[in-house]
Design a protein around this ligand. Structure first.
Ligand code: GMT
Length: 381
């Protein structure tokens, strides 16, 4: 099939999922067209059946705000016609789903049929979706999509609760990992650089937004650090970074908290980590937690949203109420203090992550595509 993929090209989970899914579909022989404002962060080298179409918004002096959604819509129309797309798969509802609905209408007026699959990722529903500034448009776009998927049962149920999805069924398809990507040996030099005395390394990776509760990450670490000479590795960047950096310094932990900023591939820091912290306020799935598990790193996380669908308490990590720093720190210490218990959790985390092998997930997306594009209309893969 010829498939258009629309996503955020950044380091956020939805862009990563879209890019990895697109790459896997291309590897199976589908033709993939990524339509977004810059090359997706995890895209890697281009293959003969993978294309990137840049959405460029020009700076017209009249506009205080550049109309990205309109330019994106026009690009979708252009790519769909030029490359005879069979289907458009958009990741993250805002503004991708509403732009796709508009593109589909324009194409229909020109005699082209282009079904839309919308994948909901989380904050497009749980945070922004509640905002009256977006709600009517998201609701319309979801109901108008030809198929809608959600990355967890929790997100599916939130969507049904928040939006009147009268005419819409939502397919739950979990996020996934490609296990082979996570195999490999840790970079010992990097580990020595972060923890010169072989201290345990606790890691957090995110886009440092308030929803990630960076203060809790720091507080959990400090509780652990009082008893164990551990290090905290913070990977990523975002609005909370400067504040947390300052807080770590003021609390006297400047040398124990290491910020390494945004990196393209989080697997290197994960391979040298002993524990992953994800105490988010809400998390529709928690791809970072799954990537940690696949790298053999158990996770201490909030018992919220889709996280209990990913992490099994007492097996691949620990789940506690949002904000329960004391229990999270206790759980962290229970494994860090006991090497054989930690080794057991590491092995279980890998084992557990294999349930999310892309090999099992990809056919579920392909089944939806096949439902929307009748066989006789499908372009040869
Ligand atoms: O919150 C993020 O880290 C980014 C955000 C995104 O849209 O890129 O992540 C959401 O989608 C991910 C991929 O499906 C999920 O794994 C994250 O749990 C979800 N984030 C939240 O729900 C807060």
């Amino acid at each position: 099939m010829r498939i258009g993929f629309v996503c955020y090209p950044t380091f956020g989970g939805s862009g990563v999922v879209a890019t990895e899914l697109g790459k896997a579909l291309a590897a199976k022989g589908h033709e993939l067209h990524f339509i977004t404002y810059s090359e997706p962060a995890r895209m890697g080298s281009l293959k003969s059946n993978m294309f990137f179409h840049e959405v460029r918004v020009s700076n017209y002096p009249l506009f205080d705000f550049q109309p990205y959604e309109l330019v994106l819509t026009s690009k979708m129309v252009e790519v769909a016609i030029k490359h005879r797309l069979d289907l458009l798969h958009v990741h993250y509802a805002i503004p991708h789903a509403s732009a796709a609905v508009m593109a589909r209408a324009i194409l229909a007026s020109k005699g082209h049929h282009l079904p839309i699959v919308t994948t909901l990722h989380g904050t497009d529903i749980t945070l922004l979706g509640k905002d009256p500034a977006f709600e009517p448009v998201i609701s319309y776009a979801i109901n108008q999509s030809d198929a809608v998927t959600a990355v967890s049962e929790s997100l599916k149920s939130d969507t049904l609760k928040l939006f009147g999805c009268q005419n819409q069924t939502i397919d739950f398809i979990p996020n996934f990992i490609c296990p082979a990507q996570y195999k490999g040996t840790p970079d010992e030099e990097l580990r020595r650089h972060i923890a010169p005395q072989g201290q345990p390394i606790l890691t957090h990776i995110s886009n440092f937004r308030p929803v990630k509760r960076l203060d809790d990450v720091l507080k959990i670490f400090i509780e652990v650090r009082k008893k164990i000479p551990a290090k905290l590795l913070l990977v990523g960047d975002g609005p909370e970074r400067s504040r947390v950096e300052k807080a770590a310094e003021e609390m006297g932990y400047r040398d124990d908290v290491i910020f390494i900023g945004k990196i393209k591939n989080p697997i290197e820091p994960l391979r040298i980590s002993d524990l992953f912290l994800l105490p988010s306020a809400t998390e529709s799935f928690g791809l970072a937690a799954l990537e940690a598990m696949a790298s053999g790193v158990p996770v201490v996380a909030s018992n919220t949203g889709g996280l209990p669908e990913v992490i099994e308490h007492g097996v691949s990590g620990f789940l506690h109420d949002v904000g329960d720093i004391e229990s999270m720190a206790q759980s962290a210490m229970s494994v860090l203090d006991n090497p054989s218990y930690l080794a057991q959790f590491k092995a279980q985390a890998i084992q557990h992550s294999e349930r999310f092998n892309i090999a099992n997930i990809l056919p579920r997306y392909e089944a939806i595509y096949a439902r929307l594009v009748p066989t006789e209309k499908q372009s040869p893969a």
